[in-house]
Design a protein around this ligand. Structure first.
Ligand code: SF4
Ligand code: SF4
Length: 341
């Protein structure tokens, strides 16, 4: 792994130079929100933001995308698959929890049994540059409870850690080293910077104030698909889906055909298990008729089924669902309550 030093006042110029060669998506202020946007002439990325409103999963798994087109010809129905030939791009300023979400999503979309060409073509071409959370931004951050860390490099090609006057730049993968070549001459990092990084590692972990027993509830979930507890958590839920759409690890989708005349397209769109429509079948039958069943599914998927399938919890502790739920349902409280049963 290459370790270099980037002077703080040089970072904007380096990013600008890279953006002349390939699109750089970075956090920018958009009215009241911080969102990832492509950097255009004169724009600089935010580096002191807390986290973006939206999770960056949409770069690899867009909210909606066309999977194939079909049309009627004299020979019958013909299909043309639509897999974009993705271009190289940089996703700059990802927080470590969100970078880790890509590793979790890879389990689903890049499984040896099923490789999703749409996701993979974008994932392979995108270089992830993360910014360590030297001071974890929110009281709702709980990454350390679910296997992450505010200064973790998991899922990143390049991790930048703010050491005060400079960034320590750790080039972690071949894609990261490809980016290093575009960054000009950067001074090598010495051991003193490593020591400062280690101090920050410990300090940032201490600054995480929210801790939940996320890894302890699996045995209870294994045994309690039916339990009176499930009657207690869903009552105020509006089924709005905000928690799932903003979640960096939620990945369920629906597939629909749009047809006009003799041609049409097959589209995949994000779906939410919080919705009645999610499970309704063509016959009209719906195996999940209540919000109680839907909330149980959300919990089970994240803390049991995903663990069964991939040996990891499908939550990175970003806190978006906690912050943005309009009725203040808090997944941390639910997990903690289960741990006491
Ligand atoms: S954000 Fe809150 S109200 Fe909306 S579906 Fe999720 S838990 Fe229910
Ligand atoms: S469940 Fe909530 S805290 Fe966990 S990754 Fe999803 S949005 Fe973040």
């Amino acid at each position: 792994m290459e370790k270099r030093v980037i002077k703080k006042d040089a970072l904007a110029g380096i990013i600008k130079n890279i953006s002349k060669e390939m699109p750089v998506y970075a956090p920018v202020q958009e009215e009241d929100n911080v969102l990832f946007k492509v950097l255009e002439e004169g724009m600089e990325p935010l580096v002191t933001y807390a986290n973006t409103k939206n999770a960056p999963k949409n770069f690899f798994f867009p909210q909606t995308e066309t999977m194939m087109k079909f049309f009627r010809t004299e020979r019958g129905r013909e299909l043309s698959e639509v897999v974009e030939d993705s271009a190289d791009a940089v996703l700059f300023g990802v927080r470590p929890c969100d970078a880790r979400s890509f590793v979790l999503l890879d389990n689903v979309f890049d499984d040896p049994k099923y490789r999703d060409p749409y996701y993979i073509s974008r994932r392979e071409k995108t270089i992830i540059v993360s910014l360590a959370c030297v001071h974890p931004p929110y009281t709702t951050c709980f990454c350390t409870s679910v296997g992450g860390h505010p200064v973790s490099s998991e899922g990143s090609d390049l991790l930048l850690t703010d050491l005060g006057d400079v960034y320590l730049a750790e080039f972690l993968t071949p894609k990261g080293e490809q980016l290093l070549k575009k960054m000009g001459d950067l001074e090598a990092a010495d051991e003193a910077l490593d020591t400062r990084k280690n101090d920050i590692y410990e300090q940032s972990e201490k600054e995480i104030k929210s801790h939940i027993p996320a890894k302890e509830i699996k045995p209870w979930l294994d045994e309690n698909f039916e339990n009176p507890f499930w009657d207690t958590i869903h009552k105020s839920c509006l089924a709005c889906g905000t928690c799932t759409y903003l979640c960096p690890t939620c990945h369920c989708f629906d597939i629909t055909d749009e047809v006009k005349g003799g041609e049409g397209k097959r589209i995949r769109s994000w779906d939410t298990c919080m919705s009645w429509l999610f499970t309704v079948e063509t016959s009209g039958h719906n195996p999940r008729t209540s919000q109680k069943q839907r909330w149980r599914q959300r919990l089970m998927h994240k803390f049991k089924y995903f663990v069964d399938n991939y040996n990891a919890i499908a939550c990175v502790g970003c806190g978006r669902c906690v912050i943005n739920c309009p009725v203040n349902i808090d997944i941390r409280k639910i997990v903690t309550d289960i741990s006491k049963l």
